[in-house]
Design a protein around this ligand. Sequence first.
Ligand code: ZN
Length: 370
Amino acid sequence: MTPINEPEDHTEITKGSGGIQFEKKIRFASIKSPLENFETVEQKIEFRKDPLLNHWSRVNTLRAERVKQAASPNESFQTNLDDLVEKSGQKCFFCPEKVLKSTPKFPDKLGLGERIIVDNFTLFPNLFVFSEFHAVGTLGNQHFTPLNEISAKTWKNAIQGSIKYFKAVYNSDKQVKYPTFNFNFLPPSASSILHPHIQIIQDVKPTKITEELLLKSKQYFKENGSNYWLDLIDSERALKDRFVSDNDFMCWVATYSPFGKNELTGIVKLDKTDLTQFTEKEAELFGLEISKALSALFAGRNARSVNMAVFLGPIGENCSNHFNITVKIVTRPILVPNYTADVGFMELLHNEPIAEAAPEDIAISVKQFF
Ligand SMILES: [Zn+2]
């Protein structure tokens, strides 16, 4: 596990378990800084490569200190949110008194009835879809629930309701076998409605990242004879730096080369990659882990808005020799009136995200809350 330094191109490789290698390049930018009387200062930039995907990101922890000119000091997240919650709550389609009157109903061919209701979770078709099968589910009956108060039980209900939908869609057409389970929370995450809700989609083809995860995991298995995800858990556990939480059901780490800010990766350790095969107990454990991770990001990283995706294997198949169900959660800007977005040209057009916190520091600040 000792880093191998190759000073010529500043590449540093840390070997993990199996075929896993954590690769980074370290370079220093030199500027005469007005903040230091125009003395020459160096800023470290780390280029990090994901051990599985050909995905690079960059870390410069000093970026968090930059001035955001649009922000004004008297902007309060809570005051702004309270105001928005009150206004939007008066005409919310997802609140219990409107949800059954104003949201779409499932088509008869799915045999699901009008909507799927699991206690405080109601699932129905999205009104404006981007998938042949695209449903929205409300998390709780309250118009607004903070991220850290969406309960494990509510997440369990959402998982169970989603399983029912995924099964019905698959039974109606066995080619539609690629589901995903997703969550945008608050407008900085692109959520247009404040009432907490998940979005699930199911297609004849996997999403780009799902496909890459499945294919590259299979390739890793062929090359190394072991499961990448279990090797990743072993590696992160041994290295300790990014390791966050672990139990028999699931492991969480701070992502080595992230897609977004404060990113956590969760790995379900079950030998099932088809979510529809989860038992009620497994749905309960999964719900508990999701609620723990969101609460830990809320407490440890001041997360108020997030995106989450759960990457699933195809329905009707078990890919557990090479793949595990994986969760990614990233935080988004705080919702104040003039916030600065966190996705710019590097993230959107170059697909090379900039991290303002080292994954190792993220792990330290969230693990105490798990
Ligand atoms: Zn509502």
